[in-house]
Write a protein that binds this ligand. Structure first.
Ligand SMILES: Nc1ncnc2c1ncn2[C@@H]1O[C@H](COP(=O)(O)OP(=O)(O)OP(=O)(O)O)[C@@H](O)[C@H]1O
Length: 467
């Protein structure tokens, strides 16, 4: 690979496990293509005591044979050990090895009892060993059943330190500059808004090409490497894809509540649970609650597609092959570019959420900043503090500078928020405006006069997130 980006914290966590001086069992899980294999490979690159086995689908016998082959490159004598999991793993734990089984769910498919074998081994045999066994998996449902959930065979055996369970998620925004070092801050936000933080979607970017050229080459071109990616990933994970695709298409067109999504997808809203649950388990979509609500009780849920590439696919590409042929070279300029700021605004908003703690370092936030909504009202950024102050902001990713109207609407909308400060009494507000394209004079003048209004443009947000 060309370059391994970020994952510094994850590598540190793995090193801590390898060097802990006791036997450790760890699980690394996360969606397909998020970078699990590369992470574990990097983590053992300089070690001479590690075994890396990438499991494949196959019979139990072939899997055992391949495991021995993989282990023999570090421990040649393992070929003399009986080809069964218990003696093989014991041989390695006796030698304090770092053992990595990548895509562990494939092994469980052909050998349901394997988690119990490891459980038994961990309960009885590892004793004084300083070995580490790392299991990875993208089949999140299976990882829950066999490892993470209470009652699962390996539940309780996985090291209880935070390092024992590592959910690998998208790379943070600051990694974007490593993939497209020549892009300016605004273009980097566009890249994050379209390609997200999945390393495999970012590595083929060519920094010498414009955003439009990259989007065209990688996504729009029917032969582009990412063109069919969401469909391929979903086909691998799901059986009856049609309904799921309609649900995702409906979400990508802007529907957020379960009813709206069901309606857009043309399915009965009473029949949606199954599809939503499955897509959530696969980490394709996520459920959101309004800021300040209690997630356990709030019924005001909305859904969003997690990965921008999936959202892009269902907004612009799915079922539209013919259109792209028709527009040919102009497809990006005519079909995508005009709506792209709107498409990226969701990502911009979430970057604003991430930047708020640093931008308001003078306050102690009591919750992660997020969006608030109630009936027709919506506020992009809401963050309660431990004092009587509520931070409320609007984030706009438009081409024009923000005017006074945005501030006026925000001031009206906060009146509908039901929030009582911890110490009681009425809240005071800190207003924030986040803009891609700066502010009109009237707003700048207001900010200069008022103590309760702060203005942030795109470069402020990017600077904070990349520092
Ligand atoms: N941190 C990174 N920086 C740059 N490229 C990366 C990084 N992590 C992964 N990649 C690249 O992304 C691609 C997918 O990564 P990888 O195979 O590790 O994902 P995975 O989660 O193991 O996927 P799967 O579960 O589908 O096997 C690979 O081409 C890999 O080289």
């Amino acid at each position: 690979m060309d370059q391994f980006v970020n994952r510094i914290e994850e590598l540190d966590r793995l090193q801590a496990l390898y060097e802990s001086g006791t036997a450790e069992l760890a699980i690394i899980y996360g969606r397909r293509q998020i970078g699990k294999s590369e992470l574990v490979r990097q983590s053992i690159a300089d070690r001479d005591d590690a075994v890396y086995y990438q499991a494949v689908q196959g019979t139990a016998t072939t899997q055992l044979r391949r495991f021995v082959e993989a282990a023999a490159s570090t421990y040649p004598d393992i070929t003399a050990v009986k080809e069964e999991w218990e003696p093989l793993v014991t041989y390695l734990t006796d030698r304090d090895a770092v053992i990595i089984i990548d895509e562990f769910p494939y092994l469980i498919e052909s050998n349901e009892g394997l988690p119990s074998v490891i459980q038994h081994l961990w309960d009885t045999a590892v004793g004084e060993s300083q070995a580490t066994l790392v299991l990875t998996g993208s089949a999140i449902g299976m990882i829950h059943t066999h490892v993470l959930d209470g009652g699962a065979p390996l539940y309780g055996r996985v090291s209880q330190t935070p390092n024992g369970r590592l959910e690998l998620t998208q790379l943070p925004f600051r990694s974007i500059q490593e993939f497209v070092p020549t892009y300016d801050p605004e273009q980097r936000v566009f890249v994050y808004g379209v390609f997200g933080g999945t390393p495999r979607y970012l590595s083929p970017l060519d920094p010498s090409q414009s955003l439009g050229e990259n989007v065209t080459r990688l996504l729009c071109d029917p032969d582009g490497p990412l063109h069919d990616e969401p469909e391929t990933v979903l086909q691998m994970e799901l059986n009856e894809v049609n309904t799921y695709f309609s649900v995702l298409e409906s979400m990508a067109s802007g529907n957020r509540s379960r009813n709206e999504i069901a309606q857009g997808a043309g399915i009965e809203s009473t029949n949606t649970s199954y599809y939503f649950d499955r897509l959530e388990t696969l980490q394709i979509i996520e459920k959101q609650h309004p800021a300040l609500a209690d997630p356990a009780r709030s019924k005001r849920t909305r859904y969003k597609i997690r990965d921008p590439v999936f959202r892009f696919y269902f907004r612009y590409l799915y079922g539209r092959g013919g259109q792209y042929e028709l527009y040919g070279e102009n497809a990006y300029a005519d079909l995508i570019e005009p709506g792209l700021p709107d498409f990226v605004s969701e990502t911009f908003e979430s970057l604003c959420h991430q930047a708020v703690p640093a931008l308001y370092a003078d306050y102690q936030l009591t919750r992660v900043p997020s969006q608030w909504w109630y009936k027709g009202q919506e506020i992009d950024v809401v963050a309660p503090t431990d004092e009587s102050t509520l931070i409320a902001g609007e984030a706009k990713f438009t081409n024009a500078p923000l005017g006074y109207d945005v501030l006026g609407d925000l001031e009206d909308d906060v009146e509908h928020i039901d929030w009582t400060p911890t110490g009681g009494g009425k809240p005071t507000y800190e207003f924030a405006l986040f803009s891609r394209s700066g502010f009109k004079r009237s707003v700048e003048e207001a900010a200069a006069e008022r103590d309760d209004l702060r203005l942030f443009d795109l470069s402020d947000i990017v600077a904070v997130l990349e520092s």
